[in-house]
Design a protein around this ligand. Structure first.
Ligand SMILES: [Zn+2]
Length: 146
């Protein structure tokens, strides 16, 4: 699945911005139906003191992914904050090594309240960073939701 833009509800967007206000690097998973992020799940950082790295708690991540599936949703993106980043939030060199290829990763620079989404593709030895526009959508109520 290749998304040309990442749609996210205003509520979910506000939530990740709030989480990113932490001094520590935080991470999360974005899920939803029909390519719209409606649910965000914070993942515990194993390196809880870190301002420069996010190492997801593997067991918790597995549990979130399975809950997303059980609820009929798909994981649409992951994301993390860069508390020290003063310019445009973009993947660090380490991120390029570890982020799953082709998957969308949101990066937040809390100092600027800036949120960007990236897709990484490895071609031979090079990692290509492609920015994917984020579109904030209004309150979209799923027909199946009460
Ligand atoms: Zn990073």
């Amino acid at each position: 699945m290749t998304l040309s833009e990442l749609k996210i509800t205003a509520k979910a967007y506000k939530t990740i911005l709030r989480w990113a206000q932490s001094q520590r690097e935080i991470g999360f998973i974005c899920a939803g139906r029909k390519n719209i992020v409606t649910h965000v799940y914070r993942i515990k950082n194993i390196d809880s003191e870190s301002r420069i790295a996010f190492i997801p708690h593997a067991g918790q991540e597995r549990a979130i992914r399975s809950a997303v599936k059980t609820n009929g949703m798909s994981v649409l993106s992951a994301g993390h904050s860069h508390p020290n980043q003063k310019d445009t939030p973009m993947p660090s060199r380490a991120d390029c090594e570890f982020i799953r290829q082709g998957f969308l990763e949101i990066i937040i620079a809390p100092s600027k309240n800036e949120v960007r989404c990236w897709r990484m593709n490895k071609s031979r030895s090079k990692t290509l960073k492609q920015e994917v526009p984020i579109k904030i959508v209004g309150r979209t109520k799923d027909k199946n939701e009460r």
